[in-house]
Design a protein around this ligand. Sequence first.
Ligand code: NAP
Length: 412
Amino acid sequence: MTKPMFVIVGASLTGAKAAEELRSNGFDGRVMLVGAEPERPYERPPLTKDYLRGESGRAKAYVHPDGFYEEQEIELVTGVTVTAIDPGASRVTLHDGRTLGYDRLLIATGAEPRRLHVPGADLDGVCYLRTLADCDLLRARLDAGGRVVVVGGGWIGSEFAASARQRGLEVTVIDPQPLPNERIFGPGVAAFYRDVHRQHGIELLLGEGVDGFEGDRAVARVRTASGRRIECDFAVVGIGVVPRTGLASDAGLEVSNGIVVDAKLQTAAPGIFAAGDVAHAWHPFYGQRIRVEHWANALNQGPAAARAMLGQPVGYDRIPYFYSDQYDVGMEYSGYAPQWDEVIFRGDRESGEFIAFWLRGGRVAAGMNVNVWDVNPQIEALIRAQQPAEAAALADPRVTLDSLAGELAAGS
Ligand code: NAP
C-alpha cells in the first residue's frame, strides 16, 4: 500500500512547524515541505534584530537544528517553486514541470514586500528586508556604516532603524503618517515610540512621502514629496507586505485579502488548507475572518493546520500576539483592535514602563505591555472575558490585573 502524501507549499516557520506537528502526532505517511528559497526554514524576528546586528549567528534563526528534517523523514525540498495546483486531480506542478500527487495540501506561501514604484527605485542600494538573503546584504551594509534612509515607519522600518542606529549609522525614517504606527496604536503610544527613536538620534520625517531615489548607478539621495533631498549610502523600504495568493487564485480557490479558510484552516477545496500570513481565517472568538502577519501566528497556525489535515478537531481561535524589541524597549501586544474608542494607560509613559489597553465598546480589545513582563495571560483573560471594564481600574496599578481579569471572567 502506498503511504499517504501530505505536501506543504512554503518552507518557512508556518510550513516547518506544520511538518513537525504531523510527525509529533504520529503521522507516518510522506511529508514533503517545498520552499522556493535555498535556505532551510528560518524565523524572521532575528532578521531585524540580533542577527541583523551581527550579534547572533544563522543557527539561531533556523526553525530546527541541523539534521532535523532527515531524522523526522520530512522531505525538505528547497530552491523549488510550486507553479500550479490542480485541486480536481489533487496534484501540484513544480517549476521544472514535474507533478506531485497529494492527499492533503497546506498552502503556507506567506507574503512578499510591497514595492515602492517611484523613479530610481531600481538603483543599487534600494533594499527590502524580508528574507535571510536580504538580511545578509543589509548586515554587510551595517558593517560598512554610513547613512541610511528608511522608507516606512512600520515594523520593518522601526526595528531596522533601531538596529542600524545601534550599529552607529546615521538614520532617517520617512513615513506618511503624522506618527509612526499611529493607525494601530493611536497617538499616545505612537508618540511614545516617536520619542524613543528621536532620543536615540533617529531623524524622523513624518507626514512625508518619497518621490524618488537619485544617484548614478547606486542610490545617493532620497527625494521627498516636499522636495527635500536626503543623502544616503543605501535605503531600506518597508511599506508593508502582500499575501502571496497567486497559486491559490489560479487554482480557483477563494481569495479575498488572503486565502479564505474556515476555523479548521481549510479551504472550500477538499484536502487543501492554508495557514500563516497568507490565510484569511475564520476566527471563532472574533466571529469574523482575520489575517495576521506576525510571527506567533505562523508559529501556532501551522501546527493547527497540521492537526486539521490529520482530521483532528480544530477551531483556531488564538488571540493574536506579537512582540517588538527596539533599543532597550521591549513590548508585547495581544489582541485585535482595528478600531477602538479609547486607550487607557496603566503606568507612566515617561518612565518607559507601562501597559496600554485599547477599549472598544468599553471592553478590552487589545493590550500592550512595554518593559513590563509576565502579564500576558492576564491581558488575554481581560480580552476573552468580553465584559465592560472600568477604565479607572485598568489604569490603577493598585488593582491587580489578576483580580480585574477574575472579576470580568466571573461576569462573562
Ligand atoms: P507594516 O508594519 O505594515 O508598515 C508599513 C509602513 O509603511 C506603514 O507605516 C505605512 O504607512 C508605511 N507606508 C506605506 N506606504 C508608504 C509609502 N509609499 N512611503 C512611505 N511609507 C509608506 O509593514 P512592514 O514594516 O513592511 O513589515 C512587513 C511585515 O512584517 C508586516 O506584516 C509586519 O507585521 C511584519 N513584521 C513584524 C514584526 C513584529 O511583529 N515585531 C517585525 C517586523 C516585521 P500607512 O499605514 O499609512 O500605509
